[in-house]
Write a protein that binds this ligand. Structure first.
Ligand code: NAD
Length: 484
């Protein structure tokens, strides 16, 4: 009998064009509506993690620059923004949302170039959701008293906001839109590896003719973030990032009277019951952990499978993993782009070693990786002990730790057995099981028969070491208002 032929095919490259993208060679600080050189005279490079090429030189703000930004924000708050009728404020925020939609392609491409995420995600998730947040909060600006009936609402003053690199533009939108809608002015510090879309947003704010000083953007690393957080004239601190830095900020702001929200790390449990629609659940697992290279605070990084369907789930999961395309973030076929930085890749590789050393069985499909840049294949670990580091600590990469369970009580206990409490997923045919689990899992967001779905109307935030305060929805307004 003739040997059966296997077809080895690959998708033809489908790169997104970069013709419509403008990235300047150098970016200054955006203070008081103008581009200002850093007083330190220092700059750092932002690179494309997919090819290690430099994209631009970025100004590094020191404490004196941050002070100038806070002073500009205070002046804008006192003289313009807090005095303006709320319906007028809303018009600016609507304008920002519309301009973002108009420039969506440019923003998406720059996000992928600076951060390494697949264009499919920056184009279909990050940028549309960022615009949606501005639209949503623009609608609230003149209705704040209806959001909190019986209360007098007033803005807090100057908000200092520090954000991470995993959703650079979206995190900026999550922070800016509610702050502005509530009448606050802002000093925003983007992450040092992904400053470009925030700086493009500054250009867009100029085009929207937002009054000068209402939003100031200062770039730099941890020291710049600390200068924002510790500035005595900042009334509100909003931080998204690691739990370690969140704890430092909590200590630094204690007793200062500053209002604080912390959106920190996670180690979510994605729970598959035997009565779930398995094919759909497998897609949800893939989306939960491999989406955005696993650089997602709410990533479903721990998978719990009911024993009866374990073999089927793992077989289908491995099959699906083999079809994931890893490579050029600008290629429209790419599922998994580049790891954001050399440091983050080193962290992930360290955890891969921990997983093997702790006795878990590692699986990653074989696929070619580009020779330059920072890459990690989608990886899973089987036979993971509950105490293993890969089951307890946030890896922030495309690495899944798989465990099994027999009873509902067992999986609830295992899922809650982590210092984090940001999110979880439940896959089952039974509504009663969903309600039982959602009331017992200690997680701020729980998805049922889906994963990683976001909407501006829906609040997001954590329990335990995942932080406190909520962003999004009506709850997200409360973080930027004084309620009497
Ligand atoms: P990180 O804490 O290292 O940095 C976050 C931001 O804080 C950056 O802008 C950084 O420059 C700044 N920073 C660093 N040290 C600082 C200091 N001492 N004072 C003030 N600012 C400082 O985190 P990261 O590695 O950029 O981001 C990944 C982390 O963010 C993960 O733990 C992830 O789970 C978390 N995250 C959480 C959410 C959420 O909504 N809960 C969303 C996205 C990311």
């Amino acid at each position: 009998m003739a040997k059966k032929k296997t077809i080895d095919w690959q998708l033809a490259p489908a790169p997104e064009s970069t013709d419509h993208v403008r990235i300047d060679k150098q970016y200054e600080l955006f203070i008081n509506g103008k581009w200002q050189k850093p007083k330190s005279g220092k700059y750092f490079d932002t690179i494309n993690p997919a090819n290690e090429q430099k994209l631009a030189r970025i100004a590094e703000a020191n404490a004196a620059d941050v002070d100038a930004a806070v002073k500009a924000a205070r002046k804008a708050y006192d003289t313009v923004w807090s005095k303006m009728p709320a319906s007028e404020r809303a018009k600016y925020i609507y304008r920002i949302a519309r301009l973002l939609q108009e420039k969506a392609r440019e923003f998406a491409v720059i996000e992928s170039m600076d951060g390494g995420k697949a264009i499919r995600e920056s184009r279909d998730v990050d940028v549309p959701l960022a615009a949606a947040h501005f639209f949503y909060y623009a609608g609230w600006a003149d209705k704040l008293k209806y959001a909190f009936p019986g209360k007098n609402v007033s803005p807090l003053g100057v908000a200092g906001q520090v954000i991470p690199w995993n959703f650079p533009l979206l995190m900026a939108a999550w922070k800016l839109a509610p702050a502005l809608a509530c009448g606050n002015s802002v000093v925003l510090k983007p992450a040092e590896t992904t400053p470009l879309t925030a700086l493009k947003l500054a250009e867009l704010l100029q085009e929207a003719e937002l009054p000068e000083g209402v939003v100031n953007i200062v770039t730099g690393a941890g020291a710049t973030g600390a200068a924002v957080v510790n500035h005595p004239d900042v009334n509100k601190v909003a931080f998204t990032g690691s739990t370690g830095v969140g704890k430092l900020i909590q200590r630094a702001t204690a007793g200062s009277g500053k209002k604080l929200t912390l959106e920190l790390g996670g180690k979510a449990a994605n729970i598959i019951f035997a009565d779930a629609t398995i094919d759909q659940a497998v897609e949800g697992i893939i989306n939960g952990i491999y989406f955005n290279q696993g650089h997602v605070c709410c990533a479903g990084s721990r998978l719990f499978v009911e024993e009866g369907v374990y073999d089927e789930v793992i077989r289908k999961l491995k099959h699906r993993m083999r079809s994931l395309v890893v490579g050029d973030p600008l290629d429209k076929n790419t599922d998994i782009g580049a790891i954001n930085s050399k440091e983050q890749l080193a962290t992930i590789n360290r955890y891969l070693k921990f997983g093997v050393a702790d006795g878990a069985e590692m699986y990653a499909p074989t696929c070619d990786l580009p020779t330059r840049g920072y890459w990690c294949r989608p990886t899973l670990f089987l036979n993971v002990a509950q105490s293993a580091r890969i089951a307890q600590e946030e890896i922030f990469g495309p690495v899944l730790a798989v465990q099994t369970f027999r009873t509902v009580d067992e999986v609830i206990q295992k899922a809650n057995n982590t210092p984090y409490g940001l999110s979880a997923g439940v896959w089952t045919d039974k509504g009663s099981k969903i309600f039982n689990l959602t009331s017992k899992l200690r997680a701020g967001v729980i998805w049922a028969n889906t994963y990683n779905k976001f909407d501006p109307t829906s609040p997001f935030g954590g329990y335990k070491e995942s932080g406190y305060g909520r962003e999004g929805g009506l709850h997200g307004l409360g973080a930027y208002l004084r309620l009497n």
